[in-house]
Design a protein around this ligand. Structure first.
Ligand code: GLN
Length: 461
């Protein structure tokens, strides 16, 4: 159920926030998806009773009053455990609300719980979570994507209406593609990162998973905008305009046949309403290595704070600082996180940090190429992922294969542009996402275009 149907039922009093919450928790508890790490029943019911009263009095706070939200477990909710999917933070309680959470609650949104995720948002399948993998609600033998696998699964299974997650290299869009829902990554700097645990600060974006574009718009409106806690946030918007020219790519390396099938079908369906133009996106080839260097360097530095002294497990042994650090970090971090910290440290120290510097040059190159593309077309349409959802353990032994999952998403983070993944359809009951990308700060126009594409595609199943 989307937020509009929910609110309609609240308004005609055929459903109440408390009864919807009861049903939702029952559903979550009777399901084995493992999409939540922590359920936030106390605060949820407290807010639901207040919301119920407002509807009875005919006085709802906003269009999101009583709407059920899930929050990825790397985003802070006051007095609630925040694990980031890691053992090292398994006892950590957030002392404050993230700005996005604060703003959702001000509108009357109800927080159902904290969603499962790849450890510290590092992964593409949700299999690196200390709390176990999430199952794909569309087929439980398959992964839900990652790192916001719990967020996408919670929305696609009706365990929440909208989810707030994060996207550093595709973590909202790729799970949305795998679970058959909508995943929106706005322009870097539009939603405050205050209260989002940093993974790779120059790429991290708060993102939104939902079942329709309209819900993404509503949630985006609620959380966006200046924030005194995050100096990178600007209120910049481009002028309102309708897109006419849409770019598509015909050569995509390593793309699976079924994905191509869905992509070609959806592109051709846009041809009545838009002018289609083939574009080249050769920079995709360098985007994965650029992304890897940037994120590994930044995360090796960002994760230094989890040392058992500032944050993290309490040390059981160790007489010197060095021993405490190694005991706590050795026990608290999983192997993917350790791998990235080690490689990131290598990149930052070897050759005087030349690798990190070079990655910025590549990043500038990618951003320039993207800027050039958007002088020719208004938006680009491409698949979200090279593959359909894959089975558990299919890629865990090959980090390289796993990283290919980000091939078509990471460039948007590297160039700070907005991108949204919509469900393009199903092949053998497995969802396949199609991604729409626009120029920097064109989020509102991109969302309008996404609504149009959603409408066209839903009429032509
Ligand atoms: N799959 C990517 C990675 O493992 C993306 C993660 C993200 O966007 N948080 O780095």
């Amino acid at each position: 159920m989307n937020s509009f149907e929910t609110v309609k039922r609240y308004k005609n009093l055929s459903e109440s926030p408390v009864s919807l919450l009861d049903r939702t928790y029952e559903m979550i508890e009777n399901d084995d998806l493992n999409d939540y790490i922590t359920l936030t029943k106390n605060i949820a019911y407290e807010e639901a009773y207040k919301s119920e009263k407002r509807y009875k009095e005919g006085n709802p706070l906003s269009e999101l009053d009583g709407v059920l939200f899930s929050i990825k477990d790397n985003i802070a909710v006051e007095n609630i455990r925040m694990t980031c999917g890691s053992k090292i933070l398994s006892d950590f309680i957030s002392p404050y609300n993230a700005t996005a959470v604060e703003r959702i609650m001000k509108k009357g949104g109800i927080i159902v719980g904290k969603t499962n995720m790849d450890e510290f948002a590092m992964g593409s399948s949700n299999e690196t979570s200390y709390f176990g993998p999430v199952k794909n609600p569309k087929n439980k033998d398959y992964v839900p994507g990652g790192s916001s696998g719990g967020s996408a699964a919670s929305v696609a299974s009706g365990h929440a209406c909208i989810s707030i997650g994060s996207d550093t290299g595709g973590s909202i869009r790729q799970p949305a593609s795998f679970c058959g829902c909508v995943g929106f990554k706005p322009t870097y700097g539009t939603i405050s990162r205050y209260g989002l645990t940093a993974f790779s600060s120059s790429l991290d974006t708060v993102g939104i998973a939902s079942n329709c574009v309209a819900d993404s718009k509503l949630a985006f409106e609620a959380v966006r905008g200046r924030d005194e806690h995050d100096s990178t946030i600007e209120d910049k918007k481009n002028d309102k305009r309708n897109y006419k020219k849409i770019g598509y790519i015909s050569v995509i390396k390593h793309m699976d046949g079924p994905v191509r099938e869905v992509y070609e079908k959806r592109i051709s369906q846009l041809s009545d309403a838009f002018v289609l133009e083939e574009v080249a996106m050769d920079f995709i080839d360098v985007s994965i290595s650029t992304y890897q260097i940037q994120t590994m360097c930044e995360s090796s530095s960002n994760l230094a704070r989890f040392d058992g002294i500032k944050y993290g497990l309490q040390p059981k042994e160790g007489k010197t600082l060095r021993k405490i650090y190694s005991a706590v970090r050795g026990e608290g971090f999983g192997s993917e996180v350790k791998r990235r910290i080690l490689i990131g440290t290598y990149f930052l120290t070897e050759r005087d940090g030349e690798y990190y510097e070079l990655s910025f040059k590549l990043r500038d190159y990618i951003a320039n190429q993207i800027d050039l593309l958007f002088t020719k077309v208004d938006a680009i349409v491409l698949p979200t992922s090279l593959t359909l959802p894959f089975r558990f353990d299919e890629k865990t032994t090959s980090p390289l294969q796993m990283h290919l999952s980000d091939s078509l998403t990471a460039f948007a983070n590297l160039s700070n542009v907005p991108a949204i993944s919509l469900n393009g359809g199903y092949i053998d009951n497995l969802p396949c996402g199609i991604q729409l990308v626009a120029k920097r700060n064109d989020d509102d126009n991109l969302l309008e275009f996404a609504s149009t594409a959603e409408e066209i595609w839903s009429k032509n199943e």
